[in-house]
Structures are given as C-alpha cells and as structure tokens.
Design a protein around this ligand. Structure first.
Ligand code: SF4
Length: 382
C-alpha cells in the first residue's frame, strides 16, 4: 500500500516517487536502532500519560524492563527524561496539562491528502496566547534540523485540523506555531532542543499548499523520483534506479582527476559536490549492504564477502530468583540495591562459564567483511 505518512514527509516532499517505490519493499526488517527509538517513545508516552492520571511514573522505574524486545537502559531513560521535562515545563507554563495530546493520530485529509495519516509525539493549543506547540522526540544520533522540517509542518497541520477543522471551526490566522525537536543524543552548536516558530496565516498555509500539491503527485501513477541526501532515509534505496544512476555518476566524477592546487572558490564548490556525492554513494552502499546481509541470512552466498556479527553487553536471561540462587550456590551476594550485572557477577567470583549459561547477548550490528575471492579480485584488478 502506498503511504505518505507525516513521519516520512521529508522524503516524499523531495522525492514524490519514493512513496510508491517504498510500497514494494516489506517493512519487516526493522533495524535495532528503529526498535530502540520505538521503545524510547513508548517510555516517554507512559510517563507523560501518567501526569494526566493519578499515579506519576518516573523514567528510572522503567530501567531494566523490556519493551518491543529492547532492554530499557539508564542511557535511554536519561534521554527520555530530557524530552519529557521539556514538554512538561512548557505545558505547565501554559496550564495545559489536561489538553496535552500524546501520540495522537492525525489525518489532515482536507489540507494535505486522505492518505496522509500518522501519529505525532506531543502537542497542545493554548487559546490564551494563540500558540500551538508540537514536539518531535528524536532518539537517534543523526542531526535533524527543525527549520523547514516537513514532518514537523505535517504534524502541525494535522493537529490544527484535529483541533479546529474536525470540530467545524476555522483555524485563526493569527496563531503562532512553535515546533520543537528534542534530540538528547545529538550534540551540535544548535543544542539538543531546537525550536522553529512560524505564523499560521502567513507561513503555514503556504507550506500546506506545497504539501497538498506534492502529496497528490506522490499518490499518482508514475510519480518522479529525485535523489539527494534524503535517500539515506528511504527504505527503497536498494531497488531505486535513480539512486543507482546517481551513485554511478558520482563515482565516475570522483574518479576524474582535478588540478591539485584549486583556488578557494573552486575548492568550496568541489567540496560541496563531493559531500553530496558521498551522501548518495553512502545511501546506496548502506542499502546494498543491508540487502546482502538479508540474503546471506537466508542462505544465499555473496561472493567475496562474509558476515561479521557483533554482540552487545550480556544481560541475564533467566528469572531473578534463579540468578540469586546461582549467587547463593557460589556463596556470593549478587544483589545490592538491585541485581548486579553479569560482568559484575564475574568480578565477584562467580564462575565465568556458569555466568555465560545464565546470560544472552543481543546482536548490536552486522557488518560485511571482504574476503579473498577471485570474482572480487577480477573486478578490482589494476
Ligand atoms: S532512493 Fe532516493 S531517489 Fe530513490 S525513491 Fe528513495 S528517496 Fe527517491
């Protein structure tokens, strides 16, 4: 099914054809990073919802629990706390705790397209100051700019439609829209909390018109593709002919010789070009690598490459009472305020082989490693 979700708006607004191409690629290959992000969002949602109820939850209460097959760590909870505190601080300044909307579904069918459906992280409208706040919590490390961010604009348009249009009211043009990205694990001069503020009447309507136009192109047969840095976020990059062409052209141009002593202006232009070419080639390489790993896992040999699997830190894979019984069998205390980690248990003297039997490790990454192969050697021979 073709999807033009708000969360992928930064891709389909730049490449209309990505919507239909992505519909050809199954979604079941969610990466570890994506599952971690989903879990971090779930923890944040539970805490924010608890503030609207009677029993307030804190992030530390979730440490050690598992959700979506991902262990909730201290690091994750610290990131969640930064986001939750930012939302609560502004919500309390505006006395808007009970009107705060958390992980709500939006479908701005009038302003954008009937197929434009998704969820935003948090937001509310304060009628006193005529201000709409929208948040996007980003758990990943890669910098996400808030300025002219199409997903944020899409969330704002959807939230306004939910609050006003769906209730038969006109959206007042005087409204100020404040879009905030909270990205606790991305350290840049712009800070980990970034805000972009615009006016509804003068600015948001213009963006909404552009989204309406592009969404209808994206949902039409034969929508055109356009490569760029957004390809790095596209699920279809390993089957995309446009990206294949662009990466081959980029490789050809990189391979041509240029004078060594470039004047500053030419150097600047070439550096910009190389940065863009690098992003395009990287997007293609990441996609092909992920596809090759999936094929290897299904038993297909990729000549000249082998898969290297890296594992994360071990975690206890048996119930707590069995771990405590293990400690007792060795005459070693394995609990202080809470159960110690497997590596602590080894340091305290529990037999290493026995600890290993009581633990598991999650795969942290899978990499392809070139190996000696006549086919690859043939391709790259001087
Ligand atoms: S890889 Fe790039 S050009 Fe191809 S469909 Fe995706 S976003 Fe568009």
């Amino acid at each position: 099914m073709i999807s033009i979700s708000p969360s992928s708006a930064n891709t389909w607004m730049k490449c209309a054809g990505s919507a239909s191409l992505k519909s050809l690629v199954p979604r079941d290959d969610e990466t570890d990073a994506a599952r971690e992000g989903t879990t971090a969002h779930w923890v944040a949602q539970q805490i924010l919802l608890s503030y609207q109820g009677t029993q307030i939850l804190t992030a530390s209460q979730f440490v050690g629990q598992t959700h979506n097959d991902v262990e909730i760590t201290h690091e994750m909870c610290e990131a969640v706390e930064i986001y939750v505190m930012d939302v609560l601080k502004i919500v309390q300044q505006h006395g808007a705790l009970q009107t705060l909307q958390i992980e709500q579904r939006i479908n701005p069918s009038t302003k954008i397209h009937p197929e434009n459906r998704g969820f935003f992280d948090a937001g509310f409208y304060d009628p006193g100051t005529m201000t709409l706040f929208v948040w996007d919590f980003k758990y990943g490390h890669g910098f996400v700019d808030v300025f002219e961010n199409w997903s944020m604009l899409n969330y704002a348009i959807g939230l306004l439609e939910l609050i006003f249009t769906d209730n038969g009211k006109q959206v007042p043009p005087e409204i100020t829209i404040k879009m905030r990205i909270v990205q606790p694990r991305c350290f840049t001069p712009a800070g980990i909390i970034r805000e972009w503020s615009i006016n509804e009447g003068n600015e948001l309507r213009g963006f909404a018109n552009r989204m309406h136009h592009q969404a209808h192109i994206a949902m039409s047969p034969g929508a055109p593709t356009a490569t760029g840095t957004h390809c790095g976020y596209c699920r279809a990059r390993h089957i995309c002919p446009a990206l294949l062409d662009a990466s081959q052209i980029a490789m050809d141009v990189i391979g041509t010789s240029t004078p060594i002593d470039l004047p500053p202006q030419s150097m600047s232009v070439e550096l910009k070009f190389l940065n863009r070419a690098f992003e395009i080639i990287k997007a293609r390489k990441d996609a092909i690598e992920a596809d090759a790993i999936a094929k290897m896992e299904s038993g297909i040999d990729i000549p000249g490459f082998e898969m290297k699997v890296n594992y994360g830190i071990p975690y206890w894979s048996k119930p707590n009472d069995e771990i405590l019984a293990l400690g007792a069998a060795f005459g070693i205390n394995l609990i202080d305020e809470k159960l110690c980690s497997p590596s602590d248990a080894k340091k305290r003297g529990v037999d290493v082989a026995v600890v290993n039997e009581y633990t598991s490790k999650r795969i942290s990454s899978k990499k392809l490693k070139p190996v000696n192969s006549t086919i690859v050697n043939e391709v790259f021979k001087p």
